[in-house]
Design a protein around this ligand. Structure first.
Ligand code: NAD
Length: 261
């Protein structure tokens, strides 16, 4: 893909399983990366990133995506350094512990909606302000295949991701006049701790081993493997490139075909 070198991207959730590899794959194309996360692992991840990409001019920025001041500062510091923002990847997210609706504590609902929806809202809001002004850019919000259909015991997570998909459509309509695109990506079963934790729980319930549970999931994926941050980065690179410039308001499935069963 052409035209990506020296673009500037903010990636939230950058210290996580998908985030670290999204950052690496984008950096391989010459994109400067601002790594944002609220985790104490962020510094260490950024150090590793810098060792691998010493010429990358990006930086790390401790950010809680649920706090407007943090997100505003994140975007402002990025623009102060680079005078632009090409890509806003709102990837930070949390999964919920498994509960039926009838048993869900309110703090589970609040936490999941706060990070997954409010975080995406704030990231989109402050990126949109900048992108409207500069009249270019793309926003990519991370949804989930769980945002497309309800799932037992994941109601808050599913609802938060469904909201991300719908929110991104409104955003796309508002930004179209400014030549700014906004899309969501919907990962499937991804090879990260977030997914492994859910598998461990499910394995325990079914009284089978983790490896057996993992095999069962792979059987449901037509491409017969878990997804990675590189796969998500592929979608982001496409959407940020000239080739993806006519795509807006979409929810792009990056899931190995899992919904086809
Ligand atoms: N792993 C999967 O199977 C899967 C499937 C579908 C969608 N997703 C989505 O992909 C995204 C990345 O997930 P992952 O698998 O890398 O999970 P992960 O838990 O490895 O990473 C998530 C990152 O988000 C960060 N984060 C959490 N709350 C935050 C906050 N308030 N402010 C800033 N950062 C915060 C965490 O510190 C972590 O580094 C999430 O939005 C997730 O919902 C994942």
């Amino acid at each position: 893909m052409e035209g990506l070198k020296d673009k500037v991207a903010i990636v939230t959730g950058a210290a996580g399983g998908l985030g670290t590899n999204i950052c690496r794959t984008l950096a391989e194309k010459g994109i400067h990366i601002v790594m944002a996360d609220n985790s104490s692992a962020l510094q260490e991840e950024f150090k590793k990133f810098k060792n691998e990409f010493p010429d990358n001019q990006g930086f790390s920025f401790k950010t809680d995506v649920t706090k407007e001041e943090d997100v505003q500062n994140l975007v402002e510091e990025t623009v102060k350094k680079f005078n632009k923002l090409d890509i806003m990847a709102n990837n930070a997210g949390v999964v919920q512990d498994m509960y039926e609706v009838a048993d869900t504590p309110i703090d589970v609902f609040d936490k999941v909606l706060n990070v997954n929806l409010k975080g995406v809202f704030l990231g989109s809001k402050h990126a949109a302000k900048q992108m409207k002004q500069q009249q270019f850019g793309t926003i990519v919000n991370t949804g989930s295949f769980y945002g497309k259909t309800g799932q037992k015991q994941f109601s808050c997570y599913c609802a938060s991701k469904a909201a991300v998909i719908n929110f991104t459509q409104s955003l796309a309509l508002e930004l179209a006049d400014y030549k700014v695109t906004a899309n969501s990506v919907s990962p499937g079963n991804m090879a990260t701790e977030m997914h492994w934790k859910a598998l461990r729980n499910e394995a325990e319930i079914r009284e089978i081993s983790f490896e057996e549970m993992k095999e069962k999931v792979i059987e449901t994926i037509p491409l017969r493997r878990h997804g990675t941050g590189e796969d998500i980065a592929g979608a982001i690179l496409y959407l940020a490139s000239e080739h993806g410039s006519y795509v807006t308001g979409q929810a792009l499935n990056v899931n190995g075909g899992v919904e086809l069963h």
